[in-house]
Write a protein that binds this ligand. Structure first.
Ligand code: HEM
Length: 453
């Protein structure tokens, strides 16, 4: 696999991150009004004046965006403003005004992304580096030096939020080094070069362990309560959000009577191309659609659907176009699992045994990464959501003495179960356990015994 192959899909030495630091400001003064609002975003949100400021924005067009980094920065700004506008004050807003909707639709179209805050806006293109003396944008600092990364923008101006975004940046960068190794392994598999495939799998294991170590560092500076109660509400999308006041999604008002209702997932690390790349190379198949089910309707909860309808397939639509096409290209090649299974049918040799052992260990390492992620989700979502449900239940029982509050106050079983969904509306723990088990399943190399035997 040659270097231009990865460049064609906008990959860099940093993997799915850009080769250089994302722009911290749009250079053309024409965009000063956008820069002015985004630079004050947390303050405007704290003072409930963001919608008022957006109301004063001129209708700017995208004609003055010149380079890809500029398009990305424009997307980041408008995606942040969109979520701030929708969720930023007590009452949710279901109409996005033309001054945001029109340019956002144009930049999203250019980048082949949906017009919402995706992982690309929040993480991939939203960071800078800080040197020891406090200088920003120090280009000598590698993007996996977590202690010297900062998010360019947050909703809350909290360290927790910045850390939440940049942990992913460091992980993407650290794993970027293994991308060419795995691509070479796919090439090697095509010409039956078993030692190269085995060596690549052996290299993959410490890499995914290091990435898991970075993921575990989430606990250092991202506080679970701050994440759950302050940050996460801003990341919510407009899909499955009827209970939160968006029964039809959000209307993107394009002015002059034009516009469209849209229902889109919120921003999620699940939109990272990296883990999907590992799955594709390893031949891990995901079948779960992770959909929210109506509590009590357990048949639907158990039901899994074909991967084309599933979560992993759907979120590819939330990745930048070139990254999505990269995954599609890699998925069109036989996976390393296909190669290992094929090799199983040959006479066993030491070389083949080493290959199988390396493959099994690699899938176990990927499953171990998913276990770490499960622990994170439990700490950052499941536990705080249960605390919230318990608090609401106790408020509701207090309210029984008050006939008026009692009418609306009792959180139903449905309400508390819905708290345990992802930002994109996925039913969390069963879904994440399923993805972990599917990873382990890929490492089971014995063909299923025939029924006749
Ligand atoms: C506080 C930190 C984190 C929380 C609370 C969290 C939460 C979640 C949630 C709720 C989902 C379900 C899908 C959805 O609703 O969109 C999910 C999926 C996922 N997350 Fe995270 N996440 C965190 C950090 C990360 C990081 C840093 C990564 C690495 C890039 C990551 C990778 C994934 C992946 C790949 C999925 C898809 C499921 C899978 O393939 O196993 N997450 N996460």
């Amino acid at each position: 696999m040659d270097i231009p192959f990865t460049q064609r899909f906008c990959l860099s030495d940093n993997g799915f991150l850009p080769p250089n630091l994302p722009l911290a400001r749009l250079p053309d003064p024409y965009y000063a009004p956008w820069e002015s609002v985004i630079s004050r975003l947390p303050h405007l949100l704290q003072t409930n004046s963001l919608r008022n400021q957006v109301g004063q924005l001129p209708n700017l067009s995208v004609h003055a965006l010149r380079s890809e980094p500029e398009w990305r920065r424009a997307y980041l700004i408008l995606a942040f403003l969109t979520h701030a506008y929708i969720w930023g004050e007590d009452k949710v807003k279901d109409v996005l005004p033309p001054c945001i909707a029109v340019p956002l639709l144009a930049v999203a179209d250019h980048l082949e992304l949906p017009p919402v805050a995706t992982y690309a806006a929040l993480n991939l293109w939203n960071f800078t580096t800080v040197s020891d003396d406090g200088t920003l944008s120090d280009t000598s600092i590698p993007f996996d030096d977590l202690d010297r990364l900062r998010a360019l923008h947050t909703f809350t101006d909290t360290e927790s939020e910045s850390w939440f975004y940049i942990v992913s940046v460091a992980m993407e960068c650290r794993a970027g080094k293994i991308l060419p190794v795995l691509l070479k392994a796919l090439d090697a598999a095509a010409i039956n070069d078993t030692p190269t495939v085995t060596a690549a799998l052996r290299q993959f294991i410490p890499c995914i362990q290091e990435v898991g170590h970075l993921l575990n560092r989430m606990h250092e500076r991202c506080d679970p309560s701050t994440f759950f109660f302050q940050i996460r509400p801003y990341l919510a999308g407009s899909k499955h959000m009827a209970a939160q006041g968006l029964p039809n999604g959000v209307f993107y008002d394009e002015g002059d009577g034009r516009g469209e209702w849209r229902q889109l997932r919120g921003g999620s690390n699940g939109q990272s191309s990296l883990i999907q790349f590992f799955d594709i190379v390893m031949g891990v198949e995901h079948t779960s659609n992770g959909c929210t089910h109506v509590p009590g309707d357990d048949d639907k909860a158990e039901k899994t659907e074909k991967s084309e309808d599933g979560f992993h397939h759907e979120v590819r639509g939330y990745m930048p176009g070139p990254h999505r096409r990269f995954l599609e290209n890699v998925a069109a090649m036989p996976s390393l699992r296909d190669f290992v299974m094929q090799a199983q049918s040959d006479a066993p040799t030491d070389e083949l045994q080493e290959l199988s052992a390396a493959f099994e260990d690699a899938t176990k390492a990927l499953a171990a990464f998913r276990n770490k992620h499960l622990a994170i989700v439990t700490r950052y979502i499941i536990i705080p959501s249960r605390q919230k449900a318990a608090r609401e239940a106790s408020n509701a029982s207090d309210a029984k003495t008050c006939p008026l509050r009692g009418l609306a106050g009792n959180p139903s079983k449905k309400d508390s179960a819905e708290l345990l969904t992802g930002t994109g509306g996925t039913e969390l723990l069963p879904f994440l356990k399923h993805t972990r088990d599917e990873t382990l399943q890929a490492g089971v190399l014995t063909p299923p015994a025939s029924r006749d035997e």
